[in-house]
Design a binder for this molecule. Structure first.
Ligand code: PNS
Length: 166
């Protein structure tokens, strides 16, 4: 039986930290579905379609990675693609509580889907979509943090927002 994992997130936008986890996940599982889900606590900068396009572009060289979106519960999505694993990245101790809550809720909702964590590469342990957006907003250099296409789209997005305000 093929091992199928779902790698869920907001990906607003995808960073090298996410990509690191996706790449390594794709070496362990037969198939990895990277799925953009709604996090009701967040107010996204990119539309779901824009996020999907960016993820597709930067994962196109990884044959066993599929990119998708879903607007319901993660465990429901996992069922539709016959995934038995959820893959998440852990950066630091500060992630633990949040991840434990999500994992416990997902387990409560569906005990058949197991969550796996991979430690993010140390060089990305401080990295998050939010911190990248913060730096990009003020024209900070984010070249080493996101793929070139993501950097371009972030700069374009903030430049448009600045024009709208002026
Ligand atoms: O990248 P994020 O924002 O930390 O990812 C969180 C995400 C999107 C994986 C989580 O909010 C989620 O699974 N949302 C879908 C709704 C759901 O299944 N909620 C129950 C578990 S908290």
């Amino acid at each position: 039986m093929a091992s199928i994992a779902v790698c869920p997130g907001s990906f607003d936008p995808i960073t090298y930290g996410h990509l690191d986890i996706i790449r390594r996940g794709a070496r362990v599982f037969d198939k990895v579905y990277v799925v953009v889900l709604n996090n009701s606590a967040k107010n996204p900068l990119f539309t779901v379609e824009e996020r999907i396009q960016l993820i597709k572009e930067v994962t196109k060289e990884i044959p066993n990675v599929m990119v998708d979106q879903f607007s319901g519960l993660l465990v429901e999505y996992a069922k539709t693609v016959k995934a038995t694993a959820i893959l998440r990245g852990l950066r630091a101790v500060s992630d633990f509580e949040y991840e434990m809550q999500i994992t416990s809720m997902n387990r409560f909702l569906n005990d058949d889907v197991e969550t796996f964590f991979m430690m993010t590469n140390n060089q990305y342990s401080f990295l998050s979509s939010s911190i990248v957006k913060e730096a990009a907003k003020y024209n900070g250099n984010i070249k080493e943090l996101v793929p070139p296409i993501v950097e371009k789209e972030l700069m374009r997005k903030f430049s448009n927002l600045r024009k709208q305000k002026s």
